[in-house]
Design a protein. Structure first.
Length: 678
């Protein structure tokens, strides 16, 4: 298993332990919650870690780490590529658009919502959310980048998927779009009786119903719902935590008591899947290998033959029903009893769907297909959470909003994404923005789309600074320094093997770079030279208002200032581990880090006690305007008087933020997250 650069050993050990636990015995579908303010809590929240100096376990395609069973907090530090393991199938990024076609990316002939007007608010469907304090909209992935947990196809031209932070996306036969669900609760289940009757359920007793125009919230008995299934608008089952088995009859909800456990037939404390062939033939599955059956009058416990948690259920009819669960468990009912079927994997399975008894798909960390006799090898890899389909067509959805489509002959990616963990962002203007990250990946925004640029390094890049369309620099792991000359990125010797964390310049002949152990480098247009800093603390951020006014920030509250002649330490009045610095004027400079933010007023630095928290990036977008971003998708906006929280649209950590203007702010983060703020 590869490790992310800038390793902090204690945190790596923690992540490895979580990964092993998850793959071996973890809960594939635990209930989650999101606080009223939109900030993720529980397992959907991102871990509180810095990204440029703290490492975590990375996923390898060959590593025995169950990404399919990991939540945002578990896998967000992984940088999975989109891979399909058989020849002729997906490998690498989502398809990128060709400038000749106006920027519209297509998959299987279907146009994606991938093109954004350069001067608009980057509105993608209803993917944006916010308040007067600021609004975020997705730019990558598209149509959105939250994990998708469930999917349901009404037809091949009418498909729904739902997930983290209330994500709901819809396919209309030509493109996927994001639709505002009106909730920030994680949604775990979706089912529809028709185009104007779609149900979604999730955390906190959330029940939503789509009437063909909008989502409406319903009240139902229960707390955390995991799955929904029905036979019509007046016959719907919802199941979930606390052994809830709830039924809607078109007028009211009624809770049906779970059965008593029988010998060899435990009853779940959390039901995770529900399916039926008729009103008097309904099955629900859950933890402990629990299977219960509804005969129209009451529930009874049935032995599944396994004690592994069961996460999903689906069937072709009353005598052909499949359920999948943890540790690769697959059990099948063929009219008499449940029997085990070899899946070919020991990783957790979260979904099952098929077009018939001889064509069944199971999904988790990958997708495996039943041919009537055996399951074949895994194909689509990296975090498949749910499967659905119509006729010969199938859809798979999963982490970071990824969507794949099977047209009857081959799988293809149906979501637009530059797929990597981004650590740094910077630009010379609103239509010339760069994002850099894991493995040396470099992406470029030119006004219509994000596209991947060829990189001269495989070392992770932590930060990027751009002066013009022909001048940009990026820095990173092991002294990596790369330069954009207007045509290509090329490697340049930095003269050090220390990690480099930030770069800024007043122009091509005045560029500063900072790194580990107090490292400071300066470029005068001809060569790079080391500048003594008189500190051994890591320096994480650099920014200046002019060549004679440059600020450097780092660990343990360290702040240095360059006055054009020498570096001198300035008291910060804080022990914050600063990660970034930005300003709008010589007397308005912000430093942000793990512990809060501090402000320079032209005379002294003062910690802003009104904004505690863990922040990894800060950008001043104008006088009296600033943004701070950090873990769990957290973002706050300064209006000249107060900091106000911006409603989160992602639970992934945001590592950096850059502003072209108060109405054009870009934030980047884990799993390819790129947001535009305004």
């Amino acid at each position: 298993m590869a490790l992310k650069p800038f390793v902090h050993t204690a945190f790596v050990c923690t992540v490895l332990i979580v990964g092993i636990s998850c793959a071996a015995c973890g809960d594939a579908h635990e209930t989650k919650s999101v606080s009223d303010g939109g900030t993720p809590s529980g397992d959907d929240a991102s871990p509180d870690v810095g990204l440029r100096d703290v490492g975590a376990a990375w996923n390898d395609d060959d590593a025995a780490l169950d990404i399919g069973d990991m939540d945002a907090s578990d896998h967000e530090d992984a940088a999975p590529d989109v891979v399909i393991t058989e020849a002729g199938e997906i490998s690498g990024d989502a398809p990128q658009s060709d400038p000749s076609d106006g920027g519209a990316a297509t998959v299987d002939g279907s146009a994606l919502d991938a093109t954004l007007p350069p001067d608009a608010g980057a509105d993608v469907g209803s993917a944006d959310a916010g308040s007067a304090a600021g609004v975020w909209a997705w730019q990558n992935p598209l149509p959105q980048g939250n994990d998708l947990r469930a999917a349901f196809a009404i037809s091949s031209t009418d498909v729904w998927a739902v997930g983290v932070l209330g994500a709901t996306v819809h396919y209309d036969g030509s493109s996927w779009s994001s639709i505002d669900s009106g909730t920030r609760s994680t949604l775990y289940g979706v089912w529809a009786s028709g185009p104007s009757d779609v149900w979604a359920v999730g955390d906190g007793g959330t029940v939503l119903r789509w009437d063909g125009t909008q989502w409406m919230s319903l009240s139902a008995p229960g707390s955390d719902f995991q799955a929904v299934f029905g036979f019509g608008p007046d016959d719907v089952w919802v199941v979930g935590a606390s052994s809830v088995l709830t039924h809607w009859d078109g007028t009211q909800w009624s809770s049906t008591p779970p059965p008593a456990a029988d010998a060899g037939a435990p009853v779940a404390t959390t039901f995770r899947g529900v399916w039926g062939s008729a009103e008097n033939d309904v099955w629900a599955v859950g933890n402990l290998g629990s299977v219960v059956h509804w005969d129209g009058l009451s529930w009874s416990a049935v032995s599944s033959g396994t004690l592994n948690d069961l996460n999903a259920i689906w069937g072709t009819g009353p005598d052909d029903i499949w359920s999948v669960g943890n540790s690769g468990s697959v059990v099948r009912y063929q009219g008499a009893s449940w029997t085990s079927v070899a899946s070919g994997t020991a990783l957790h399975l979260t979904s099952v769907w098929g077009s018939g008894p001889a064509n069944v798909y199971i999904g988790g960390s990958d997708i495996r297909q039943w041919n009537g006799s055996v399951f074949g090898p895994g194909r689509v890899t990296n975090g498949i959470r749910a499967l659905t389909g119509s006729g010969p067509e199938a859809w798979a959805v999963g982490i970071a909003g990824r969507i794949a489509h099977f047209d009857g002959s081959a799988w293809a990616l149906a979501s637009s994404s530059v797929s990597t963990d981004f650590y740094g962002v910077g630009g010379s203007g609103p239509n010339d923005v760069w994002a850099v990250g894991f493995g040396g990946r470099i992406a470029h925004w030119t006004g219509a789309r994000w596209s991947t640029e060829s990189s001269p390094t495989s070392k992770s890049l932590a930060a990027v600074w751009s002066f013009s369309a022909n001048e940009a620099w990026a820095v990173g792991e092991g002294g990596t320094l790369v330069h954009w000359n207007g045509m290509s990125w090329v490697s340049v010797s930095s003269g050090t093997t220390s990690n480099l964390y930030a770069v800024w310049g007043s122009g091509p002949e005045d560029i500063w770079v900072v790194g580990g152990s107090g490292l400071v480098l300066h470029h005068d247009g001809e060569s790079w030279q080391s500048v003594p800093s008189a500190t051994n603390d890591a320096l994480m951020g650099v920014w200046g208002s002019a060549a004679e006014d440059v600020w450097f920030v780092g660990a343990s509250g360290r702040i240095l200032h360059w006055n054009g002649a020498a570096l001198a330490e300035v008291a910060s009045g804080s022990s914050i581990d600063f990660e970034a610095v930005s300003g709008a004027a010589p007397s308005e400079v912000w430093a942000a880090g793990r512990g809060g933010v501090a402000r320079w007023n032209g005379t002294s630095w003062t910690r802003d006690a009104t904004l505690p928290g863990s922040f990894l990036g800060v950008a001043a977008s104008g006088v009296g305007e600033a943004w701070a971003v950090g873990t769990s998708g957290a973002a706050h906006r300064w209006n000249g008087a107060t900091w106000t929280q911006v409603t989160a649209v992602t639970s992934y950590t945001l590592n950096a933020v850059w502003a072209a203007s108060p109405l054009d702010v870009r934030a980047v983060g884990m799993s390819g997250t790129v947001l535009r703020g305004y």
